[in-house]
Write a protein that binds this ligand. Structure first.
Ligand SMILES: Cc1cc2nc3c(=O)[nH]c(=O)nc-3n(C[C@H](O)[C@H](O)[C@H](O)COP(=O)(O)O)c2cc1C
Length: 175
């Protein structure tokens, strides 16, 4: 197994970080991966907000009813937003950006984890999206899909085995 299949099978959600800084050239490559994905009608409505300020990270970690400690522990969190007035399929575009960054980080030996924001709550009467928009000064027309935490890994997880995928989920010609 080599190349892209190996990278896909090796990607895991890493939630524990050493506290070391991620090398800047790696951060640049991860950002590029996020912005290089496919985009419906090539509209490219996705933008990224990279957060490294420790106080903001602490506040971001409280954006969900169920706490996300890996947000406060991360060296970098990238919040993935999209201009919802430009594209009706911004969710798909934003998800591609997230997965590309997840894969790029994994290939570089950087740990990362997706933290869902859309359809999640910060408290009983506040959405996680509104909490984050207020915290980071995101304009009204932008939507927030999710954030991705990044840090040098302090845990190891086994890669998946492509030979063991459940092929009952693949339907030839008809369901
Ligand atoms: C749409 C989506 C939302 C997710 N939301 C969260 C989340 O809020 N918090 C979290 O710790 N992991 C989250 N994850 C990561 C999943 O829990 C993880 O991908 C799954 O457990 C499989 O593990 P693996 O990524 O190591 O293969 C999310 C993943 C996806 C694709």
């Amino acid at each position: 197994m080599a190349g892209i299949i190996k990278e896909i099978a090796s990607r895991r959600s890493i939630r524990k970080y050493t506290g070391e800084k991620i090398p800047e050239d790696y951060v640049r490559e991860i950002i590029a991966a996020g912005l290089l994905g496919a985009s419906s009608r090539n509209i490219r409505p996705v933008e990224l907000i990279g957060v490294r300020d420790r106080e903001l990270l602490e506040k971001l970690s409280r954006s969900r009813q169920i706490a996300s400690p890996q947000v406060a522990a991360a060296d970098l969190v990238i919040v993935v937003i999209a201009d919802g007035t430009k594209s009706d399929v911004w969710v798909e575009d934003a998800s591609i950006a997230l997965d590309n960054m997840h894969l790029a980080a994994s290939a570089l030996g950087v740990g990362s984890c997706w933290i869902q924001v859309r359809n999640r709550k910060a408290s009983e009467d506040l959405t996680a999206e509104d909490y984050i928009k207020e915290l980071l000064g995101i304009p009204e027309n932008y939507k927030v899909e999710a954030m991705m935490t990044f840090g040098m890994p302090a845990e190891e997880k086994d890669p998946y085995d492509p030979e063991k995928v459940d092929l009952r989920k693949y339907h030839a010609d008809k369901f």
